[in-house]
Design a binder for this molecule. Structure first.
Ligand code: SAH
Ligand code: SF4
Ligand code: F3S
Length: 448
């Protein structure tokens, strides 16, 4: 396609991604749409004919980062005005035309459910339309793309099994920017998995804001556990993971899956958000602290080796010192393998934005640092327990330091090690020698 009718055609694109794994999946989907149109990726952005910024708005900081990247890209566009500059993702969905008004250099605003319209929208721009904004949220699913070579050379990959969220946690922007929950047909998910495996992918992470509420109704009902069974039977898929689960929908049926399906990794990411029932209620999370503890006990008694990670927030409106202590207490009781901790951030249009009792920034920062120090000790203690133990690692590539290989245990811990041969994509047995906070270091004792 002649993207650049204004001068010579090089047909290169550049995508920058911020936000969650869903956004990473969407960026890959977008790249596949563009490559189907004959465009090629390029770095740095200065050389691209089309620049797309995939954004996140989950916290104010994420949104600021998106706008600062946009500012940088606008500078590039000012030097070469023929560039088509687009913004997509959750900030694009939320702000729509406001973005064009505020940043007249932008050409395209693409909503979270409109990605498969990209080709026709770009054609409109090339044919002379000056600005395009497409942010319809009512649209059903994207058209599935498979049978290309986009993932060749990758060992791990994502598959989105559903879009949107119906939970309306009082602090969260996601239901407003991703729309209502809608599930993809199991047949398409399995086909996408088969296509990834054909390209060499060994491990697939199923994505959704609340994967355990997955259900497909056709002739009968396919629940999330049934979907896991279907994937567990796909030949040559070595590992299956999923994220994120919601405590309120976590069934015994799903807990059983960890013992039933040999490819399913013993790790669950189960955000708890707060340890105080008062705050959980104000957050509209739909479970109590006691129920959360009970789920963890059931998970651990079914699968003692399961790794448990979580998300937590400090400084929700009305969070007293007592409430915060209950969060710390829960962390201490459960001893998560790892924890992603955030400072509560007001999001426009959410219920919590209008709640009284806002906590000062300095108190939020203090609470976050107390919480993170506690978790650091727990993570290190848990990692140290692995020293001397042999563990299975799927080798994903080279570590950041270059010379070492890197991979993950079935419990999702990063392991780095040296090896003479290229063993990327292989399963190896590693004996752990050293434990750090964010990774483990060991020796390969045999390849499987
Ligand atoms: N669907 C997932 C998570 C989506 S957002 C779930 O329900 O767990 C990822 C994390 O960002 C959330 O778990 C929450 O801890 C955090 N988060 C969401 N909105 C936030 C806000 N307004 N301020 C601070 N953190 C927030
Ligand atoms: Fe947001 Fe809650 Fe939905 Fe997660 S479950 S995306 S936190 S509304
Ligand atoms: Fe961010 Fe949107 Fe994901 S707000 S966390 S990119 S769903």
């Amino acid at each position: 396609m002649n993207l650049n009718s204004r001068s010579f055609v090089t047909q290169y694109y550049y995508i920058t991604t911020m936000g969650c794994q869903m956004n990473e999946y969407d960026s890959n989907y977008t790249a596949q749409c563009l490559q189907e149109m004959g465009l090629q990726p390029i770095d740095p952005p200065e050389k691209a004919d089309l620049i797309l910024i995939n954004t996140c708005s989950v916290r104010a900081k994420a949104q600021q980062k998106a706008l600062s990247v946009l500012g940088r890209m606008i500078k590039i566009k000012k030097k070469r005005p023929s560039i088509i500059l687009g913004i997509m993702g959750c900030v694009a969905q939320q702000e729509g035309w406001n973005l064009i008004k505020r940043f007249p250099d932008l050409d395209l605003v693409l909503g979270t459910r409109e990605i498969d319209k990209l080709q026709s929208l770009l054609h409109q721009l090339v044919r002379g339309k000056t600005k395009v904004v497409s942010t319809d949220l009512d649209k059903e699913l994207f058209t599935t793309i498979y049978n290309n070579q986009f993932f060749e050379g990758k060992i791990t990959s994502f598959i989105s099994i559903m879009q949107g969220c119906n939970n309306y946690c009082s602090y969260c922007i996601v239901p407003y920017v991703r729309g209502r929950e809608i599930c993809r047909p199991p047949g398409e998910i399995v086909k996408e998995a088969e296509n990834l495996i054909k390209q060499g992918v060994k491990e697939i992470t199923l994505l959704g804001q609340n994967v355990n509420s997955y259900v497909w109704r056709d002739n009968g009902e396919i629940k999330f556990s049934d979907l896991l069974r279907l994937l567990n039977n796909v030949p040559n898929l070595v590992r299956i993971r999923f994220t994120t689960s919601h405590p309120k929908d976590l069934s015994n049926d799903l807990i059983r899956c960890f013992n039933e399906f040999d490819r399913l990794c013993p790790h669950i990411h189960l955000p708890f958000q707060a340890g105080s029932n008062k705050i959980l209620k104000m957050m509209n999370r739909g479970y109590t602290r006691e129920q959360y503890i009970d789920i963890i006990q059931r998970l651990r008694s079914a699968r003692p080796d399961i790794a448990i990670t979580s998300d937590v927030m400090v400084g929700f409106p009305g969070e007293s010192d007592e409430d915060f202590k209950k969060t710390l207490d829960l962390i201490q009781k459960i001893e998560f393998d790892n924890l992603f901790s955030f400072i509560y951030s007001d999001r426009k249009g959410t219920v919590a934005e209008k709640m009284p009792g806002k906590i000062s920034e300095s108190d939020k920062i203090t609470r976050l640092s107390i919480l993170q120090n506690l978790q650091k000790e727990i993570t290190l203690k848990k990692n140290r327990m692995l020293v001397g133990i042999d563990t299975q690692v799927l080798v994903e590539g080279y570590s950041k330091k270059g010379k070492q290989f890197t991979g993950r245990t079935r419990t999702n811990k990063i392991v780095n090690f040296l090896h003479e041969n290229d063993i990327i994509g292989r399963l190896v047995q590693v004996k752990i020698d050293v434990a750090y906070i964010n990774s483990l270091y060991g020796k390969v004792i045999n390849s499987i």
